[in-house]
Design a protein around this ligand. Sequence first.
Ligand code: FE
Length: 140
Amino acid sequence: MWSARKVDDEYIVSIEDKTSIVDALTDFVTKKEITAGEISGLGAVNKAILRYFDPATKQYVDKTFSEQMEISNLVGNISVSEGEPLLHLHITLGRSDYSAIAGHLMDANVRGACELFVRPLNTVAKKIFKPEIGLKFYDF
Ligand code: FE
């Protein structure tokens, strides 16, 4: 599903072809017991589910894109919510016509490579849900 090499305090992570990015990253942060940190990366996918949040209505709008796309940027953070690892991931995807789509990443299927850097931080970054806004926030 994934392979990784630790270099100093960071990991180089490779997610396998035909693998869910969110499943692989969730498995990685769980096994490495990472409770705070930063993720960045690139790669390619053939399917992605993106989410758009409307604060006015607190509604999530999810949309699936089933086509081969480049991950021109994947950025995210790692925290803990209700005792479980929480990944907050955003992605920019390049289409075959070189246009881009972007949004909150719900999941995506690797088709080709997916190369990430994961930078753990030596703390527990807890998040709690604020119903008045409809999102999870850091609880500092
Ligand atoms: Fe988001």
